[in-house]
Design a protein around this ligand. Structure first.
Ligand SMILES: [Zn+2]
Ligand SMILES: [Zn+2]
Length: 148
């Protein structure tokens, strides 16, 4: 999701890191920049391929720090590689379409009126449980262009 300006994202990430007692270091800034520019969740290798100044060990360590601070979300798919994206609360609500074959993920958004009725339907369905609904996740499965 590329629509939120980088300055706004930087402010939010800096605040989250500060709360976690962490610094918004140059490496962490680069990671956030790469994740925002991608517009889809990335694996460690895809992150490193996007910015040659990043080193494997430091990417791994700093992604963990960003994840623990709540700035980055880890997405598990059916392949062995976890993917990372900026947390929804600092970008915007969206959904994922996941390739059944290679595990690649694309972001997509639904029109606001569809989101609204989806949310309403899910809340009604959840009334049968004793849960309070905070938000929803909805993944679509398919085959990406390179696997077709
Ligand atoms: Zn694929
Ligand atoms: Zn939604």
């Amino acid at each position: 999701m590329r629509t939120v300006p980088i300055a706004e994202i930087d402010d939010k990430v800096a605040a989250l890191l500060r709360t976690a007692g962490q610094r918004y270091s140059p490496v962490r800034r680069r990671l956030v920049k790469v994740l925002r520019a991608a517009g889809k969740p990335l694996t460690n290798n895809q992150i490193i391929a996007s910015d040659k100044s990043l080193v494997q060990s430091s990417v791994y360590r700093n992604l963990n720090v960003l994840e623990e601070a709540g700035a980055v979300t880890r997405i598990a798919t059916n392949d062995e590689f976890a993917r990372f994206e900026l947390a929804e609360h600092i970008t915007e609500h969206h959904h994922h379409i996941i390739c059944n074959s290679c595990g690649d993920i694309a972001d997509f958004s639904l029109p606001a009126n569809i989101e609204k009725s989806l949310d309403l339907s899910l809340r009604q369905a959840a009334k049968k449980t004793s849960f309070d609904i905070d938000n929803h996740r909805l993944d679509v499965l398919g085959t990406c262009t390179s696997c077709q």
